[in-house]
Design a protein around this ligand. Sequence first.
Ligand code: PLP
Length: 400
Amino acid sequence: TNLGTNAGTGKIDWDAKLVQSCSYIRPVQKPVNWREYAYPFVYGQVDDELFSHSEWRDCARQALGMRNFSTMVGDFGQHDDPMLVNYICSRSLPRRGIKARPEQILVTLGAQNALYLVAQLLVDQSKHVVIESPSYPDLRDILLQRTKAITALPVDAGGLILDEEVLRRADSVFITPSHQCPTTHTMSASRRRQLLDMAARHDLLVIEDDYEFEMNFLESPTPALKAQDNDGRVIYVGSLSKSVFPGLRLGYMVAPEGLIQQARALRHLILRHPPGHAQRTLAYFMALGHYDAQIRRLRRHLAERRRVLQSAIDAEGLFSHSAAHFGGTSFWVSGPDWLDSRILAERAMQDGVLIEAGDVFFGRDTSPLNYFRLSYSAISSERIPEGIARLGACMRKLKP
Ligand SMILES: Cc1ncc(COP(=O)(O)O)c(C=O)c1O
């Protein structure tokens, strides 16, 4: 890490002081100024055109009013905004087929914070964890802080391929059944049943990361895995980053009350609670119908963009790609075997096109280099064909 040379006077040997190095963490990278690029196929970002600016501003103003003064300025100990929690219970979760009481919900700073809390509470060196391959890089890095015993099982078009020999030795499994991250596939109904049966047989906990749960526009979505959970062994994690905006940093977890109490106590030590003003603004945004309207608009545009992107890819004839049934916000693309998508990403960037190289989604020893992700959440339909044509041209130049 060599922190000593670039942290202040250089008189302190920081490498000797640090008890934990975070240099191993490999998030998905994008340039900070990605909005300045003409063809941003970046994932998880908000398109200015699709966000309900004035409605959000009105809700923020209401949340600042005298009626909400105590919510905004107060420090509510370990609790969350009841208005937001009630809305999540009564409106959001039922859409995913989940019934939960307020005591079974913890508001977190994004799904990320929920995954971190769960890992702190349920994973240590004595535990064996199963994840998907490929998977969300930050999840892998969160778990690596806790244990070396991580097995990544491959996924196919039906989601995680269940290997009972591995699962029976595991303590928990972290999965993205609705839209597998990053391949976008949806776990089949039969595999869901089998996974829950295996979990019951081997006393396994299942952490369901439903990070894109509102982004279904092609068919009506399957209910969450949590909806089929009779034993309370599925811990459900939701995110508002895709349906509202990622900088809001709000998400939640749903779990049996006892576990939520533990997570609440741990959250208290780290950050007490997510800001009251943000929670109340979101609660108004939901209660006044703006959230539903925004999701309808997003879905309409995403469906159109997806169609345009699909035909642009087909027209280039260069890639094969995954086909998610329900929608989502991205394509997972497998290029030809010779492709190093890191180099492609660099070259394309010089031509105004941003894509995400896929190597970071795999374990360090196993990374194939020919995959990449193309998201359509932050690029308009009109720009998509030219962006893909440029990407295709870059690829042809790289061909050996
Ligand atoms: C699979 C997956 N899980 C969790 C997260 C974190 O979501 P949040 O922004 O709610 O922290 C992301 C973010 O992109 C993600 O892709």
